[in-house]
Design a protein around this ligand. Structure first.
Ligand code: AP5
Ligand code: MG
Ligand code: ZN
Length: 215
């Protein structure tokens, strides 16, 4: 099963991807997570990506496509994969189509987790993320609290607030999404791959809707 997860910043792509990985045993490929890991390691690619991420802008297509191409060449994808946060521009979507032709595979579903902007702002300002990158679980100070404050339920590591989750940067990310990423909804709809899921409500309920869509 090869899935693209579409949705605005904070729509719950990462939250749902973690649950889908547990259920279907297919890896989550989050370009945001890959960039954050590179920033932490201080690699040249990480330093370049950070300039854009801190402003809430998109990392240039050629950098992102290179990263995804490299990841899709790894041998752990025979059961499929989930792309979380990629593609995000028309250029990236076309590049993905080309990569899929090269590896003789097809995308099966593009799932849109649909959430209104006001809700996204609330979610992102209260998000906390597990510092252990092998885990990376997301929490929320009101909507999805860990059992022990500031500590990940799954692995016991410390939780932190992402650098790009300040109100001004979130606002820019929402604009960028509307301008550059939202057109992909139509792109995948025209291919007959779009599955729209209502992204407001309990996390478990949204997960069930996605599982139902996947059949
Ligand atoms: P990225 O890391 O992809 O961020 P994003 O798209 O802005 O999405 P988020 O990770 O913020 O949100 P999410 O949908 O995963 O939500 P989550 O599950 O955490 O990208 C970051 C940056 O990297 C970009 O700005 C860009 O610079 C760069 N980048 C990455 N990919 C790129 C690409 N392809 N091209 C160019 N640049 C790229 O949930 C959010 C919060 O809500 C959590 O606190 C969670 O607990 C809570 N929550 C989840 N579900 C619910 C619910 N149902 N009800 C209430 N709360 C909920
Ligand atoms: Mg995410
Ligand atoms: Zn953890």
């Amino acid at each position: 099963m090869r899935i693209v997860l579409l949705g605005g910043p904070g729509s719950g792509k990462g939250t749902q991807a973690k649950k889908l990985t547990d259920k279907y045993r297919i890896p989550q490929i989050s370009t945001g997570d890959i960039f954050r890991a590179a920033v932490k390691e201080g690699t040249p690619m990480g330093l370049k990506a950070k300039e854009y991420m801190d402003k809430g802008e998109l990392v240039p297509d050629e950098v992102v496509v290179g990263v995804v191409k490299e990841r899709l060449a790894k041998p752990d994808l025979d059961k499929g994969f989930m792309l979380d946060g990629f593609p995000r521009t028309l250029g990236q979507a076309q590049a993905l189509d080309k990569i899929m032709v090269e590896i003789s595979k097809m995308i099966d579903h593009a799932i849109l987790v649909d959430v209104p902007d006001e809700e996204l702002m609330k979610r992102l300002t209260g998000r906390r993320t597990c510092r252990n990158s092998a885990c990376g679980k997301m929490y929320h100070v009101m909507f999805n609290r860990p059992k022990k404050e500031g500590i990940c339920d799954a692995c016991g590591s410390e939780l932190y607030q992402r650098d790009d989750d300040s109100e001004a940067t979130i606002r820019e990310r929402l604009n960028v999404y509307a301008e550059q990423t939202a057109p992909l909804i139509d792109y995948y709809d025209k291919k007959g791959l779009l599955r729209r899921v209502e992204g407001v409500g309990p996390i478990e309920g949204i997960f069930s809707s996605i599982v139902r869509v996947l059949g």
